[in-house]
Write a protein that binds this ligand. Sequence first.
Ligand code: F2R
Ligand code: MG
Ligand code: MG
Length: 349
Amino acid sequence: GGSASLSRFRGALVAAVLGDCVGGEFEGAEEVPMESVLQHLNSLDDETKGTGILEYSDDTAMARCVVQSLLTRAGFDEHDMARRFAKEYSASPGRGYGSGVIQVLKKLSSPQLSDVYQPARDQFNGRGSFGNGGAMRAAPFALAFPDLADVKRFARLGAMLTHSCSLGYNGAVLQALAVHLSLQGALDLPQQFISRLITEMEEVEGDEVTRNDARILKEAEKPFCERLHRIRDLMERSKVSIEEVISELGNGIAALHSVPTAIFCVVHCLQPRECLPENYGGLERTIAYSLALGGDTDTIACMAGAIAGAHYGVEAIPQSWIKCCEGAEDADMNAKRLHMLYHQSSLGG
Ligand code: F2R
Ligand code: MG
Ligand code: MG
């Protein structure tokens, strides 16, 4: 489809859910042979194997709250979004949430709470979380707001409801920016796509708070920019092993060790790769490659899925995969609603 087409919206939201559902199988695994990944994905095609429904985890549970809040309020409302996170957690606490964020979600359910950002600020002795929980649910901000400045502003605020460390919320901004650019067709020129992300993140990471957090955590002055430069270096190499990707970019639960990794998975899989089946299209390659990295596979595949889905569109997703994943059909319906909201806003509403 063309720039910001309905197919791209549906692709982004549905492929994010698929990444979460199929990635759950390997979350936390240190090594994941590609053979095991392909076996898992092939079993989704084979109705006789009766894989059953793959359940979504916290990644999708929270993204659904973001979507519902943005649609119901026709924009960002921090109180409404916080209330939805708390309600969702109390209804389904077993979705595999991060061990720290649970405290925030419990506090957010208190009717006495006036500042909805305070529980997140109290995390980790006041340092705030740098986990990828803000980034894993950031894609819907790119699907609700056509304006780049809005995407940055609201992805940041939405993440800050649980993640007050700049290395957490800036990861959410980067993920939302990647989906925003991909929706516009920017992945047709992958080098320029990364350069644009660097330009935007130079500004995002240019503040005193980021510099301070980076210094305390012994990271580069602009940590996400530095990782984007590493992606550019990896893209220039003719061969890159999975071990090198893990050592350069990471596969962990921190936003810094997973958002750039998800972006790399997408750009790396724009072309056919030796380690992946020839009959796979780009979206299937991206999901398979994300799982083969091991570590935080549900979240990396979810974030890579959103960016790749926005590029390839919903037609690139195998129907058999959609049928196996809890919440995929809901995501498809919600993508249509977000598409309407986005195009209403771009008319100046
Ligand atoms: N939690 C998981 N997976 C682990 C086990 C799940 C398993 N399926 C099960 O059911 O047992 N996955 C989900 O968590 C990630 C998102 O986490 P989020 O929302 O960022 O949580 P949190 O607790 O804020 O941060 C995660 C961990 O990072 C470390 N951390 C964060 N900030 C820190 C800081 N300032 N100082 C020290 N450590 C910090 C802590 O270990 C946190 O617990 C996704 O993968 C999602 O799928
Ligand atoms: Mg999860
Ligand atoms: Mg995860």
